[in-house]
Design a protein around this ligand. Structure first.
Ligand code: GDP
Ligand code: PGA
Ligand code: MN
Length: 608
């Protein structure tokens, strides 16, 4: 079929949703694929597409002994991470995108993109993927449709979201609104032209149109750029919808915590990419009698009912950083991945046709094929897996998934935890004394950059609520939204806010805090603070655990390390202040007055 008239498209489509049919026909006419294929979301379809990807050289099927029904893909070496400098928020006005986003006039951007998308799917199949973020049984299901020319994207989207016939039928029956999410790898094939294993385009555009709730993504096949339900929809577009409708879309894991008496609470935590969300969401608690279960590992949608916050994880899969995820650090993730049905990207290949990455096992294999296809030995002096290599696994495979994950309208949220990667300054845990102080801590959240985005690694940058690359509108308005929600629902209804840092170093350079499962000790303190049963000391940053308040029974830590982890050091914060000021200025004139007041209160405390 190359006649993409609306009549012809409609005749062959499994839906009567008029707006969807028109959009599909319009996109097909522009991108000129060889055919249109509507994804049904079945296992047979997944297996068939995966087989085609093996044929094309994109996938390699792993042997079943370690990861059954699993595949590994190796990307183009220039297509390994999100590309923040190529990411745009094209709101109608420049102010709408604010000081932290790249902006282009939406009309101009549409024109540029139309040029790029014209004929971009030639020689390829155009896949139409109906999907829903969150439950299809939610009171207001959040539908989307991704059009893509990548079967890798179809397979990955089937893991990360609910896709296919059931979703399309509900969309059609209710004539539902859906987010239009268009993706092309930007590598058309001329007749007879041989495809490459990882088609992509050196020119990349990851573009969100917040008002019309559209996404256009061109040139990349990498997860965060191409699986449009994830960062593009569930964070950038959803944050703009949330602002309009009074809810929040946040870059947060969600954890269910149960104390020895059997009482449970839900907490969410916002850490920048590759700063420990998946590990925290999947930890094995080391404190006696405590249990943690995962609700989500990356994205949280928080809505309010009768003034109270409820949270859902809109995703169906884990898209985790492989390096550092191992049998000793994160056995729950390893067990989930080992059930199979996993797509690995840019890890290394073992001699027995399985995969390895730094940190997977303590023992390092003697020989590997690295992520770029070269022979590798421990003497090679470079990582075998790309630092941002990933596993993509169905969340349902996690044994410690909380049953409440499936609650269509979410679970009550008691605490929000902010955190980042800081070698110095930021103590292990603090509790904000008010909603506004907590918001201020979130606004000034800082972290050393990681390999999850293209660019330098290890540089301290400010990352408000870990949302810097994901706020779909003006950051000042976004912060105002947090303040407004606090005022609207009342401090007593809002989650309590905490701030953690697992990454502080001792003078000799090692981690002061052992992290991972030991983070449950911090979770216990937070839980007991919420219950009113844990002690703490007031400081200029809020409340911190005093001597004896943090349960360190059985923990292998020296007093010096513990002090290094917990210390609230005035001198360090005095040095921190200029960077914060610079950042508050950079946020522009829409920054709520409450934030300036918080800043002044901090400065005053530091001066006294
Ligand atoms: P996400 O991208 O935020 O989900 O981050 P991940 O959970 O995938 O972790 C990213 C990296 O941080 C991995 O290399 C982890 O091993 C490391 N990491 C996670 N939690 C901790 C921790 O508590 N302590 C230390 N030292 N490293 C951690
Ligand atoms: P993450 O997100 O880095 O926060 O895990 C995935 C991505 O978009 O790269
Ligand atoms: Mn993660």
């Amino acid at each position: 079929m190359t006649d993409f008239s609306i009549e012809n498209v409609s005749a062959q489509a499994p839906t009567t949703h008029a707006e969807l049919l028109q959009w599909v026909a319009d996109i097909a006419q522009m991108t000129q694929p060889d055919r249109i294929y509507w994804a049904d979301g079945t296992q047979q379809e997944y297996d068939r597409l995966a087989g085609e990807l093996v044929e094309a050289g994109t996938f390699r099927k792993l042997s079943d002994h370690e990861f059954p029904n699993s595949y590994v893909a190796f990307s183009d070496p220039d297509d390994v991470a999100r590309v923040e400098e190529r990411t745009f928020i094209c709101s109608e006005t420049e102010e709408g995108a604010g000081p932290t986003n790249n902006w282009r006039d939406p009309q101009e951007m549409k024109q540029t993109l139309t040029g790029l998308f014209t004929g971009s799917m030639r020689g390829r199949t155009m896949y139409v993927i109906p999907f829903v973020m969150g439950s299809v049984d939610a009171t207001n299901p959040k539908f989307g449709v991704e059009i893509t020319d990548s079967a890798y994207v179809v397979c990955s989207m089937r893991i990360m979201a609910t896709i296919g016939t059931e979703v399309l039928d509900k969309m059609t029956a209710t004539n539902a609104f859906f987010v239009k999410a268009l993706h092309s790898v930007g590598a058309p094939l001329e007749t007879g032209q041989q495809d490459v294993p990882w088609p992509c385009n050196p020119e990349k555009y990851i573009v969100q149109f917040p008002e019309s709730r559209e996404i256009w993504s061109f040139g990349s096949g990498y997860g965060g750029n191409a699986l449009l339900g994830k960062k593009c929809y569930a964070l950038r577009i959803a944050s703009a919808i949330g602002r309009d409708e009074g809810w929040m879309a946040e870059h947060m894991l969600v954890l269910k915590v149960t104390n020895p008496e059997g009482k449970s609470k839900f907490m969410s935590a916002a850490f920048p990419s590759a700063c420990g969300k998946t590990n925290f969401a999947m930890m094995d608690p080391t404190v006696e009698g405590w249990k943690t279960e995962m609700v989500g590992d990356d994205i949280a949608w928080i809505e309010f009912r009768d003034g109270k916050p409820f949270v859902v994880n809109p995703e169906a899969g884990l898209f985790g950083v492989a390096p550092g995820t191992g049998w000793s650090t994160n056995p729950n993730a390893m067990r989930a991945v080992a059930k199979g049905n996993t797509i690995f990207t840019n890890v290394a290949l073992t001699d027995d046709n399985s995969v390895w990455w730094e940190g997977k096992t303590d023992e390092v294999p003697e020989h590997l094929i690295d992520w770029q296809g070269n022979d590798w030995t421990p003497e090679s002096g470079r990582p075998a897996a790309h630092p941002n290599s990933r596993f993509c696994t169905p969340i349902a495979q996690a044994d410690m998934l909380a049953e409440e994950y499936y609650a269509p309208d979410g679970v009550p949220l008691s605490a929000i935890i902010f955190g980042g990667r800081r070698k110095t300054t930021v103590p292990l845990v603090t509790e904000a004394s008010s909603w506004e102080q907590g918001v201020f801590r979130g606004v000034t959240l800082s972290s050393e950059t990681t390999a999850a985005a293209k660019g330098a690694v290890g540089v301290v940058r400010r990352d408000p609520m870990a949302m810097l690359p994901f706020i779909g509108y003006n950051a000042g308005d976004y912060i105002q939204h947090w303040i407004d929600l606090g005022k609207k629902h009342g401090e007593e209804n809002m989650p309590k806010i905490y701030y953690v840092n697992w990454f502080r170093r001792t003078p000799d350079g090692g981690f002061a805090w052992p992290g991972f499962g030991e983070n449950s000790r911090v979770v216990k303190w937070i839980f007991d603070r919420l219950e009113g049963t844990a002690g703490g000391e007031e400081t200029f940053l809020g409340v911190v655990p005093g001597p004896g308040d943090l349960d360190v029974t059985g923990l292998d830590i020296t007093e010096a390390e513990l002090q290094a982890a917990l210390a609230v050091n005035k001198d360090e914060w005095v040095q921190e202040l200029p960077g914060m000021d610079e950042w508050l200025t950079a946020l522009g004139n829409k920054l709520p007055a409450e934030m300036h007041a918080q800043r002044d209160a901090l400065a005053e405390n530091l001066a006294s």
